[in-house]
Write a protein that binds this ligand. Sequence first.
Ligand code: NAD
Ligand code: IPM
Ligand code: MN
Length: 360
Amino acid sequence: MSKQILVLPGDGIGPEIVAEAVKVLELANEKYQLGFALSYDELGGAAVDKYGVPLADETLERARKADAILLGAVGGPKWDTIDPAIRPERGLLKIRSQLGLFGNLRPALLYPQLAAASSLKPEVVAGLDILIVRELTGGIYFGQPRESKVLDNGERMAYDTLPYSESEIRRIAKVGFDMARVRNRKLCSVDKANVLASSQLWRAVVEEVARDYPDVELSHMYVDNAAMQLVRAPKQFDVIVTDNMFGDILSDEASMLTGSIGMLPSASLDASNKGMYEPCHGSAPDIAGKGIANPLATILSVSMLLRYSFGQVEAANAIEQAVSNVLDQGLRTGDIWSEGCRKVGTVEMGDAVVAALAKL
Ligand code: NAD
Ligand code: IPM
Ligand code: MN
C-alpha cells in the first residue's frame, strides 16, 4: 500500500510555498521510489470559507488516516474579526492536539551562504546549528479555564491558565534529551521557574528525567535570559527544550539568526513519530499573492518529513543538499537577499531546488 500524505496548503502564502514544496516532494517520490500518494484538503481560513469551521471533522479524519501531513500556514486579516471560536488558528491548534503532536522540532541552522543575510554579525552566527524542542499540545495555549468577561463594575477582563502535568513535561523532556544525545549532548531547559509554579514543576521533572541521560549535559535558563543569550552568543546552545509559548517566541527569534523566518522548517511529532510538517512562519498576509515568499522553510519541512516519519535519510539529505546548491548559485528570495546575489521569486526558487535535486 502506498503511503498517504495529506497536504493542507492553508492561507496567505501557504498555497504558494506548498506548491513549491510539493514539486520537490513529487520529484523525491519518483527519484527515490517512495510510493507516496498525495491528497489535499483545507485548514484554517480556507476551511472556514469551505466548511464553516477551521478544521472540519472529515479533514481531521483524513489527517488521522494519513501517514504524514504537510501544512503551509493559516490565518489572515480576512478572518481576524470572526467569532474567536472558529478563527483559523483554532484549526491548527485542534489538529495538533487531536493528533497528539506534542513534540515540535524547530531546527535553526545557518546555511554558510546566508551568513550575510542574518541581522547578526557573521562571526556571531557562523556555524550555527541549534534545535528548539517546543512542547506543542499543552500549557497556556490549551489551559482551562480561560475566559473573557465583564466584571460587575463594568470593566472587561480576561484570563488564561498555564497548566503542565508531570507526564506532559516528562515526555517532552525525553524528546529533548534524545535529540541532544544524537547531537552535541547539551540540553538547555528554558523556563520561568523564578516566577511560575508550572515552571517550577517543569524544572523538577526535567531534573528527574536527566538521571536517565548522564551523558547529556543539562543546564537551566530563565526565558528572558535565553532570549538575550540567543542574540548575544547563540552558538552556546545545542538543544533547547521549552514550553509551548516560550518555544513559539524563541523559535521566531532564532529564525533571524539563520537569515530569515523563511528558512525555518518544523516537525510536530506524536509518540510514534507520526507527524505534521510545516514552516515555522505564518501566512505572511503582507506578501501573499505577490509571488515573493521564500519557499525554503516548507521545502526543508519536506526533508524533515522524509527523515522523521519515513526514515528516508538519503532523500532527506538530498533535499538539504539541493537547497544548499541553489544558495551556492546565488539565488535568493527577497528575505534572504544580500549584495551580489540574484533576487528570485517563489516559483523560480522552487524550480531551482527541483533542478538541483534532479541533478544529484
Ligand atoms: P508571519 O510569520 O506570517 O509574518 C511575519 C513577517 O515575516 C512578515 O513580514 C512576513 O512577510 C515575513 N515572512 C513570513 N514568512 C515568510 C516567507 N516564507 N518568506 C518571506 N517572508 C516571510 O507572522 P504574522 O504576520 O505575525 O502572522 C500572520 C498570520 O499568520 C496570522 O494570522 C497568524 O496567526 C498566522 N500564523 C500562522 C502560523 C502557522 O500557520 N503555523 C504561524 C505563525 C503565524
Ligand atoms: C506557530 C504559530 C501558531 C502557534 C499560531 C498560528 C497558533 O505561531 O506555529 O508558531 O502559536 O503555535
Ligand atoms: Mn509562531
